[in-house]
Design a protein around this ligand. Structure first.
Ligand code: ATP
Ligand code: MG
Length: 299
């Protein structure tokens, strides 16, 4: 029997896992400068080598494609993703990521070819988004045996992990704060059967929105401190700024303060001005997270 393979094709990051000897084994991307099983869902096209780069390797391209999952199921202008002078559909971007994950796993499974895969999708994904995800799988040469909802995968994994504490009938609340989607589900385990009672959330709300609010806040703060500067424009500076804000946001989860530095963020009388700002956790919570909570309420 072939090893069962599961893939989480996420908005911010993606993962591939095999179920071997009763255990889940996630595969690290050894081609990345800092190998990790959490692979950034980022794709870039290099016109010089005519190759697609995926994950951490793609992040160094200023016009890389991020968060294509948010566009799954859309069409026309709304769906367009561009990199290196090439236009791609979201399902094509998804396929490039899936192919990369397939390669990572195959290399570490001693050449065992991966064809059959279970893919997870947000519980509140539309039918069109599900079809586009299936197409991504087909384009990657995979046979998607099942699309399962992310909270279902989480509940099954938890039920197995905590089987000693999860004896008998239990109720579980699954909260998934993703990069692009935010959802919750309530499930009940009766004997060995897990039933989903309800699910809800927003397919267009997640950590990506916090990043955008944080960037807007920092930009405003910088302009207030430097009223006569002209902000630099262009994709490379935007990408460097975004990256620095995400790193700072993550550091605030474990530290009381974080720092953001972006070289030549603006110009003043033709001279470059760097962005060099410290942010405290308290300031982040009061000025950024509070706006995010407001967004949750109005959705
Ligand atoms: N240490 C951290 N502190 C704060 N935020 C973090 C931290 N680590 C990750 N995040 C944020 O959590 C969000 C969710 O990341 P995750 O990789 O789980 O999303 P995803 O599975 O790709 O998204 P989705 O499930 O919506 O498709 C991202 O916005 C990411 O920036
Ligand atoms: Mg997720």
């Amino acid at each position: 029997m072939r090893t069962p393979i599961g893939i989480d094709l996420g908005t911010s990051t993606s993962e591939i896992t095999a179920f071997e000897n009763g255990q889940c084994k996630s595969f690290e991307d050894n081609s990345a400068p800092s190998p990790s099983a959490v692979v950034p869902s980022v794709v870039a096209y290099d016109p010089q080598t005519q190759e697609h780069k995926v994950g951490e390797m793609a992040e160094s391209y200023p016009d890389c494609i991020r968060e294509a999952k948010r566009k799954m199921g859309l069409s026309g202008e709304e769906a367009l993703c561009s990199t290196g002078g090439k236009d791609l559909k979201p399902e094509e971007v998804g396929a490039i990521i899936l192919k990369h994950l397939k390669k990572i796993a195959e290399e570490q499974m001693f050449g065992e070819e991966i064809t059959d895969v279970i893919l997870t999708v947000p519980a509140i994904f539309s039918e069109k988004a599900r079809v586009a995800t299936m197409t991504a799988g087909q384009l990657a040469g995979l046979n998607i045996t099942q699309l399962i909802n992310e909270p279902v995968a989480a509940a099954i994994y938890y039920a197995d992990l905590a089987r000693d504490r999860w004896q008998g009938n239990k109720t579980l609340f699954v909260f998934d704060f993703g990069g692009g989607t935010l959802d919750f589900s309530v499930c009940q385990k009766v004997g060995n059967v897990i039933n989903f009672v309800c699910t809800g959330g927003d397919a267009k709300l997640g950590g990506k929105d916090i990043d955008e609010m944080f960037m807007a806040y920092i930009r405003k703060k910088f302009v207030a401190d430097h009223p006569s500067v002209r902000l630099s424009e262009g994709v490379p500076i935007e990408e460097a700024f975004k990256k620095a804000c995400i790193v700072c946001k993550k550091s605030l989860s474990t530290s009381q303060s974080g720092h953001i530095y972006v070289s030549s963020f603006a110009t003043e009388n033709g001279r470059p001005v760097d962005l060099n700002i410290s942010v405290s956790r308290d300031e982040f919570e009061k000025n950024v997270l509070i706006s995010f909570y407001f967004l949750i309420n109005i959705h």
